[in-house]
Design a protein around this ligand. Structure first.
Ligand SMILES: [Zn+2]
Ligand SMILES: [Zn+2]
Length: 270
């Protein structure tokens, strides 16, 4: 009962003795964090902040912004830095100037390190991006960016994830999942950047190493259709073949239907 105050959720399970239900609570927490963080990564950071594939009202933009921060928590990716870096990735795809091409690093860890240095450089102003990458609209919310990026905010989220596991985990092995919670945003980015430009098949010749993965791509909500996406970077639908499915786009069609967002039609493709 020592951590009973930590999360309201704990009250639902306070008399719980069934180990499989306890395990279920942890798995729900883990997969909710995985998919919510990934969805807002793809839907807001990638398809809005970087590519502006839809328009929305200022209020909804703020809702998406706050939710992205909440679900990414300890590993919040500041939208303007993400957007600029991602635009660079498209222009310099798989060349030396690409901020995260797997073809210039011996492993994913070194690629991530390099990406984080560029990301921090944009945030601190030490390394300013080329003007061409800030020309298009970039969502900025200074106060939230500063608060969300602050080390104490990040540590508080980390402490909350840890508290959940202290309360629910039946043994220490479950704590191995905690680093994934701490680094959720960058880990998902690294999986997409590494695998999406290294493993899989191509539908189009884009002059780079972008690849598609199917059906595993479903776990990354459409983001692993890098080859399709590099071919038509403004098209909100990353799936191009009948056997490909882009879950993020599917949700976006729903949001478009209820008029929360307005998808911008892609007039002409290459
Ligand atoms: Zn790519
Ligand atoms: Zn993109």
């Amino acid at each position: 009962m020592y951590f009973k105050w930590v999360l309201p959720l704990s009250y639902w399970f306070s008399d719980l003795k069934n180990p499989s239900l306890i395990m279920l609570a942890i798995l729900i927490f883990f997969f909710s964090h995985w998919f919510l963080s990934l969805f807002f990564h793809s839907f807001f950071l990638h398809r809005f902040a970087s590519h502006k594939m839809y328009t929305t009202s200022k209020n909804w933009e703020k809702v998406f912004y706050v939710t992205t921060w909440l679900v990414q928590g300890s590993s919040f990716l500041v939208p303007r830095a993400y957007g600029v870096m991602h635009r660079m990735h498209h222009v310099y795809s798989d060349t030396e100037k690409d901020p995260h091409s797997p073809h210039f690093f011996k492993d994913v860890y070194h690629m991530m390190q390099h990406t984080i240095i560029i990301f921090r450089g944009f945030l601190t102003g030490k390394n300013l991006p080329d003007a061409q990458f800030t020309k298009e609209y970039l969502p900025v919310w200074d106060k939230l960016d500063r608060f969300g990026h602050h080390i104490l905010t990040r540590l508080s989220f980390g402490a909350a994830y840890t508290a959940f596991y202290i309360y629910f985990a039946p043994n220490a092995w479950w704590f191995l999942l905690l680093p994934i919670h701490f680094m959720m945003g960058p880990i998902q980015g690294a999986v997409v950047n590494w695998c999406g430009h290294k493993y899989g098949y191509s539908n189009f010749d884009n002059g780079d190493h972008s690849k598609n993965s199917s059906p595993w791509g479903i776990l990354l909500m459409g983001e692993l259709f890098q080859n399709n996406h590099h071919y038509a970077k403004d098209d909100a639908n990353f799936a191009k073949k009948w056997f490909e499915f882009d879950l993020t786009y599917f949700v976006m069609r729903g949001l478009n239907a209820v008029k929360i967002i307005q998808l911008i039609p892609v007039a002409s493709q290459k």
